[in-house]
Design a protein around this ligand. Sequence first.
Ligand code: PLP
Length: 398
Amino acid sequence: MIYYPLTTNTINNEDKKLAIEVIKSGNITRGYFNKIVEKYFSKKFNRYALLVNSGSSANLLALSLLTNNKSRYNLNKNDEVIIPTLCWSTSLYPIIQTGLKPVFVDVDINNLNIDLEKIQKKITKKTKAIMLVHALGNCTNMALLMKIVKKYNLVLIEDTCEALGSKFNNKYLGSYGAISSFSFYFSHHITSGEGGLVLCKNYRDYKILLSLRSHGWSREIDHLEKNKSKSFNKLFNFINLGYNLRLTDIQAALLFNQVKKIDKYRNNRLHNYNLINDVFRKDKFLNDNINFVTNYSKSEISWFNFPIILKKIKNKKRDIICEKLYKLGIETRPIISGNFVKQKIIKEKFKSFARHQFHNADKIHTSGFMLGISSKKIDLRVIIRLANDIRKVIKEVD
Ligand SMILES: Cc1ncc(COP(=O)(O)O)c(C=O)c1O
């Protein structure tokens, strides 16, 4: 029996040592390591960078910026934000939580990302932004998407939580939009257990985000702009309805060395993806039974997982296949969270969203699952075993 996990730990002994040093120092809240990791991201992506405590918090900050009355966006209640139906819960929730209206668009079954033809049909006078989800590290045709963004004067937020290190046209995903989010949750490309990052392009946005991240106070902005107020209350001026979404320095220390491996990990993940893809496609049975996902030739993808969409299997047989694979030591999970409008919360609270038909997301919802891909290179023999087990199980259940 093989053990083929969904996730592999990228934290090594060196990372642990640094985290322990932070604990010993006593300076465990936001400090040296936060600042140095932010500097690294800022330089790599040519953006302002803010570490936060999760990818979900990063998305919340992004939407809170859009609706902030001091921001250059100042979106109003019920302004529309386009989002693919294949998304994570907290790609969507901040749109609703900030009073905006999500408008769902189906995905392209070939690449799992938002369908660019269908976007244009959903744009109205109220459309102000796109919450783009780079599903499984893959992306849409970013050149075409940017044309749509420009044509309709939209704000682009990139949910890059699954796509750290991916590139399109030699440019990193997460550096196309006005704002982008990343996740360092345990199952992601690099990890601090929980953790996240916001990148933004504009200095004014950056200042508002700094305040929103920390209680809504002006402290970081004053520090940044060297405002040397002598007032007694200078550290306790509150200027925004903010949150506390900061990352501890223990977590930032865990990221310190991992951030330098982002491109290496992308190449390893790409290597593993190509290996699985080749072995599975050469297997006649698997090739006949799986819809493989593709990517644009101009892209270099830091694959999050390996997606499998079963061509013929229907009626809960996918679930039986995944249960049997689990018993053989092969972990699987749904592709992101499937067609999100099929989730109970949407059916219960937002019935109007659930009424629409999204055929591709539905197919992914009922017939899709994904396998782990690992930041470390996988041995070909393991992939061959994987193909044999998957073929055997599909045949058994079919
Ligand atoms: C596309 C996407 N967005 C947002 C998130 C949320 O990130 P986190 O788990 O760090 O809150 C995830 C998490 O897996 C995700 O896959």
